[in-house]
Design a protein. Structure first.
Length: 141
């Protein structure tokens, strides 16, 4: 409680809020400036699609909140999530212990070894995906 109160009072400072806002704005602008191909993506317009608006209207009429399963039923929303994870996954990969000897692309992997599967090596492979760095959620449609 003390820490929460301290943080809360700390953030009441107008100067601090202005500084945080400027820092966030700078971060976002730097991120956009360094965007791989400088493209503009109008996701916001796409979210106004009929399918999304029907769900919103239905939930409002029933006075219900949107649930996770509702989000899962929105194809374009799922495409955006998929492409976001494709570019910036929440984990970099997974480790697996080999249960038997095997070979991958001419490399022998003995039983009992740990193998790290790095997602970016697959997700951003230009042999597998056209323009893998381009944020294009429509590719999944």
């Amino acid at each position: 409680k003390r820490l929460h109160g301290l943080i809360g009072s700390f953030l009441k400072s107008i100067e601090l809020k202005e500084q945080i806002t400027m820092d966030i704005e700078k971060y976002v602008l730097d991120f956009v400036k360094n965007w791989k191909d400088g493209q503009l993506v109008y996701i916001q317009d796409e979210t106004k699609k009929e399918e999304n608006m029907k769900l919103k209207k239905s939930k409002e009429e029933k006075k219900e909140l949107v649930t996770w399963s509702d989000y899962m039923s929105l194809p374009f929303t799922q495409d955006v999530i998929t492409k976001t994870l494709h570019l910036r996954n929440i984990i970099t990969g997974v480790m697996q212990k080999t249960l038997q000897d095997f070979e991958v692309k001419g490399h022998f992997i003995p039983k009992g070894w740990c193998v790290f599967m790095y997602f970016k090596s697959i997700h951003l492979d230009e042999d597998l995906y056209d323009s893998p760095y381009k944020f294009n959620p429509w590719r999944w449609q």
